[in-house]
Design a protein around this ligand. Structure first.
Ligand SMILES: [Fe+2]
Length: 304
């Protein structure tokens, strides 16, 4: 099965105070500002090639507005349109959005608004395309290279997991199963990484976190230093997930949305031969937080 989704392309996150939160996203998290248009700021990591990956929109409450996946090729968008019809999924065609072309927008069984698109302005990363240095000077804050994945909540995880598997052809890298073998949570992938999206139990439309890659465990500790210097609220870490093996810090933006720095190269890489790994509920502690071996109070109860 070819993979047709190149990446989690966009998350749109709600901000209770755009000026305050934009300062945090630029100077503590250290994303690059693409533009600010009305109540929305468009941001990206320094190594991302397209115009933006994060939209931060002022709103009355925190949480996620939508998430969007970029297809590998334009034809893949047509392929998915046929699949949405085949599975009788209602969708809207969004002719264009800020610096982006046609998108298919639909609601998935977890209650989230999901879009698929292919075209977005290709603006390049912060490095020249001829004789580039390994990283650009003058970065602020944690400065993650890119958006990696998101984790969302679903009232009935098996239905949401099945939708991503059947309709959008994601594969399960890991899952947490109840004693009957039914998945309670799943980590789903298309590009060769442990997950592009994960689903855990919770409210419909809930936003658990968006994760940004950092390139090493060293970079993860530097991120923890920066968060602490700025008195950011850290939820967990630095630590490691049993699931994905990724090194992690969970922390909150000033509106209370959870973010993650994920040590991308501390986790494993996927290939089509990989089969789903199962974790049993009695091992949920080390599955999520490998070193402390138990969930913290907030993991399943605090999200936006
Ligand atoms: Fe994560």
């Amino acid at each position: 099965m070819p993979y047709r989704i190149s990446r989690l392309g966009i998350v749109e996150i709600r901000s209770l105070d755009l000026d305050r939160d934009l300062d945090y996203y630029l100077n503590v998290l250290g994303l690059q500002l693409t533009a600010r248009e009305g109540k929305t700021a468009y941001l990206k990591g320094w190594d991302e090639r397209h115009a933006y990956s994060v939209a931060l929109t002022e709103a009355e409450r925190a949480g996620m507005v939508r998430l969007a996946f970029r297809t590998v090729d334009p034809e893949d968008l047509d392929y998915y349109e046929r699949r949405l019809r085949q599975f009788s999924v209602k969708y809207d065609v969004i002719s264009e959005d800020y610096r982006r072309g046609r998108a298919l927008r639909f609601i998935v069984p977890s209650g989230h608004t999901v879009e698929l698109y292919n075209e977005m302005d290709y603006t390049g990363n912060l490095l020249p395309t001829v004789n580039p240095a390994p990283w650009p000077e003058g970065l602020k804050g944690i400065a993650p290279p890119r958006l990696d994945h998101t984790l969302v909540t679903a009232p009935e995880p098996p239905k949401a997991i099945q939708f991503f598997q059947e309709v959008l052809e994601f594969r399960v890298s890991e899952m947490l199963v109840n004693p009957e073998g039914v998945p309670v949570a799943a980590w789903l992938w298309q590009r060769p990484a442990p997950h592009d999206i994960a689903i855990v139990p919770g409210r419909a439309g809930g936003f658990h976190h968006a994760a940004f890659v950092v390139d090493s465990a060293d970079a993860l500790f530097r991120a923890a230093d920066i968060l602490t210097m700025h008195k950011a609220r850290i939820d967990y870490g630095p630590g490691r997930h049993g699931i994905t093996r990724g090194a992690t810090i969970y922390f909150f933006d000033p509106s209370g949305n959870r973010l993650e720095t994920f040590g991308g190269y501390t986790s494993y890489q996927m290939d089509p031969d990989c089969r789903a790994i199962k974790w049993t509920m009695d091992q949920i502690g080390p599955a999520v937080f490998y070193y402390s071996q138990e969930l913290n109070e907030t993991f399943l109860s605090v999200y936006t």
